[in-house]
Design a protein. Structure first.
Length: 436
């Protein structure tokens, strides 16, 4: 072990060393992604890492792939309720047989039907009736953040199979008697103010009211212009794209286009799931946000384009005096193959996006210096306001385009009940180890 992780993370690490599967929960900013990177770097044995979306996978920067890619599961319009209808593909079988650990990030966004299919395929691949065929799991996330995407035309199917139209991972049938111990990370790194952390806790628990609501609404702009360096966060992709286009068009000068390059498994990833656009359009003076960690910046750092070159740009980071060169970055997919890990695909592009506006979904995993929460019409899913607010390091760095109401802090009652039962050790006899 190294000093790179905390005492409570060490406890989780030791559980994994003993080949005991773990559900690791933690609020925004508790170092979940850093812990995953630590596991990938230090754990003896082969580790595969997956996430429900390509964007979540690439945010980890450990060669993670989507769940669908790892398990070779085709997209489905009506769910994965009957596992017997899905063939075990040879490539998935080889990977699942060869690995010792499976890490799944952003577990709150994984639908129970998909998880049950993953578990079935793992048992088939490994020729074992044990949970996931005996694989050691590390499931990481925060159920107070974004939920699984279930369309309205699927509600009845989920109600029939899982008893709820708003089904979550914890409804998965394969979890009912699974050997899975739950742990919580409690040390928050992103926010230093304990008072702001309490406010975020109230938002995640759907209890934003009274003095805390008044305090957040004190950050409303009331018609004033937001600080120039602020990132607008909105629930709606169309609103974010429109704002970015308007700001770019308003700048003088010529647009430069940088075209990304996809290889292998990246060819099947949807355009809106790529970390940086395949057609990145920039002008000098454009506000940009970094989409990976690098030398001198982190995922979410903001800056201004100072110079545009043929193969790269120069960006002046916020708070810096000198612009830095930014060239192409390569995101990779890596899967175990025999005795080594093999790259299955890559995507090369300058690690930037226009930084005037982003969707809540795209800001997951990012830390921002200054944000503007723009409701547009409304927040439409539980966890959205919490994810948006928790990107900020402090309350002072948050601005509201308009005042919010207590109903904007949506929290699903079933999530709250599940997390409370975990805390009390009341779910399927699984103790929730709350490390103070």
């Amino acid at each position: 072990m190294t000093q790179a992780i905390t005492e409570e993370q060490c406890r989780v690490y030791e559980e994994l060393v003993q080949k005991r599967s773990v559900l690791l929960l933690g609020a925004a900013g508790t170092g979940k992604s850093e812990f995953i990177r630590h596991v990938c770097k230090n754990m003896a044995g082969k580790v595969a890492v997956a996430a429900p979306t390509a964007m979540a996978a690439m945010n980890l920067a450990v060669g993670a792939v989507t769940i669908h890619s790892l398990f070779q599961i085709p997209p489905s319009a009506t769910g994965y309720f009957d596992a017997d209808l899905f063939a075990l593909k040879s490539r998935a079988a080889e990977v699942l047989k060869s690995i010792n650990y499976l890490v799944v990030d952003e577990i709150s966004m994984v639908r129970p039907d998909l998880f049950d299919l993953m578990e079935n395929l793992a048992r088939r691949a490994r020729g074992s009736d044990n949970f996931f065929g005996g694989l050691c799991l590390l499931l990481v996330g925060d159920f107070h953040q974004l939920p699984p995407v279930i369309r309205s035309d699927e509600f009845e199917l989920f109600r029939r199979h899982y008893g709820h139209s708003n089904a979550f991972l914890f409804d998965a049938k394969s979890l009912r008697d699974a050997p899975l111990q739950a742990f919580a990370l409690t040390k928050i790194f992103r926010q230093k103010s304990s008072h702001f952390v309490k406010i975020l806790g109230a938002v995640s628990g759907g209890k934003l009211c009274g003095r805390m609501l008044t305090e957040i609404n004190g950050r409303a702009l009331n018609g004033n212009a937001p600080p120039k360096e602020s990132l607008i966060i909105t629930p709606y992709r169309a609103a974010a794209e429109r704002k970015n286009e308007e700001e770019l068009d308003a700048l003088p000068g010529i647009i430069h286009e940088y075209v990304g390059r996809r290889v292998g498994t990246f060819r099947s990833i949807a355009d809106d799931e790529l970390p940086s656009p395949e057609r990145l359009l920039l002008k000098e003076g454009a506000t940009v946000v970094f989409t990976c960690n690098g030398a001198g910046w982190v995922n979410g750092s903001m800056g201004t384009v100072r110079r545009l070159g043929k193969n790269g740009v120069e960006v002046l980071l916020r708070g810096r005096k000198k612009a830095i060169p930014v060239g192409s970055h390569s995101w990779t997919h890596v899967l175990p193959n025999g005795g080594e890990c093999v790259e299955t695909g890559s995507y090369g592009q300058i690690p930037l996006r226009l930084g005037y506006a982003m969707t809540v979904h795209r800001t997951q995993g990012k830390t921002c210096d200054s944000i503007v929460i723009q409701r547009d019409r409304r927040f439409f899913a539980h966890g959205q306001l919490y994810v948006a607010l928790s990107r900020a390091r402090s309350l002072d760095s948050i601005h509201l385009s308009e005042k919010i109401s207590s109903s904007d802090a949506m929290a699903d009652g079933r999530v709250l009940a599940y997390c409370e039962n975990l805390r009390l050790g009341g779910v399927a006899g699984k103790p929730f180890v709350h490390n103070q």
